[in-house]
Ligand binder design. Sequence first.
Ligand SMILES: *Cc1c(COP(=O)(O)O)cnc(C)c1O
Length: 386
Amino acid sequence: MNDPYETDQLDVPSRILMGPGPSMISPRVRQAMSAPALGYMDPDFLDVLNDVQELLRYTFQTDNKWTLAISGTGTAAMEASIGNLVEPGDTMLVRTNGYWGDRMAQMARRVGGEVVPLDVPATTPVAPADVEAAFAEHDIDVFGFCHADTTTGIRQPDVSELADIARDHDAYTIMDCVTSLSGVEIRVDEWGVDVAYGSPQKCLSCTPGVTPLTVNDRARERILNRESDPTSWYLDLAGVMDYWGDDPSYHHTPPTSALYGLREALRIVAEEGLERRWERHREVAGELVAGLEGLGLELFPDRDHWLPSLNTVRVPDSVDDTAVIEFLLSEYDIEIASGLGDLSGELWRIGCMGHSARPQNVAALLCAMEEALEAQNYDTGGPIEI
Ligand SMILES: *Cc1c(COP(=O)(O)O)cnc(C)c1O
């Protein structure tokens, strides 16, 4: 440990971040974040807000008026979505045997909601038939699901079918696309999702602190016509929109530097083009998976549900997963992560997001991984070809 009084300016290593987030921050974003401070009502700052909203509409593929960045990380946007859509006594459907579903369920209960559990094995996405069956059996108001599950590396297909089922039952959908926004195809309007939130520090390669959120007119009406106020004052969307709306007034001070960064990160997305960006993630992560398979490792999800932004592979029986993670970090400054919760010790989670999703990072990781595995006498089948 350093003695903080004995050190000079902050000096941190430059890591290759290939974990479940954060990803590496684009140099352009870091530069934008060092711009001078502006007051939150300064006309020049209001222009920044406006740019962020417009670029977020593109990134989410939506025309939603209520499209903004919530102060806080992805979890704050999750809490804002649930805390505004769920009223005391309402029922929320969520898959319960999963890390994020479990977090959603806790939030729903804390605002007085009742949770209907959707029991799906961790190795599969949610099937429309199971959702249909849950709706047939229960009176459900809100259905929350994860589009890109960062614990399992599974991508949820059939989103528009899930949203249709909910709408046919006068219910609302909340889609967690924290790990997919700008890295994997998302079309909020076309898919008919009511509320969706992303994250800046995953595929957008921005600093954590402000989180993209979009709410369609249908969900907005429900929120504006609640019988009781949301329990959180800070995350009350009607109040937050007083600042992000047409005639801005103070609600709380926004994280200004983080918003400068988000604006730049979204400009980078628009410059690259969403579809090209999705394709780049598929290509680069495809090389990563092929390389890992070349080392004898096995992809955890079915190929059909593979999530390019977060690749999960099984840890071979004879190998110590944390020793490999520590080796990569200490020898090569590369970060990957172990399994979470029930999957602890079973998987490695290897992100391929935004600015981190580049061939040179994949090549470095594969070489380092080969060395780490061989250090544990695991037979990788000879030198890898990259
Ligand atoms: C990372 C993540 C979150 C939480 O985001 P924080 O920024 O850590 O608060 C929520 N959902 C998913 C799927 C995530 O991967």
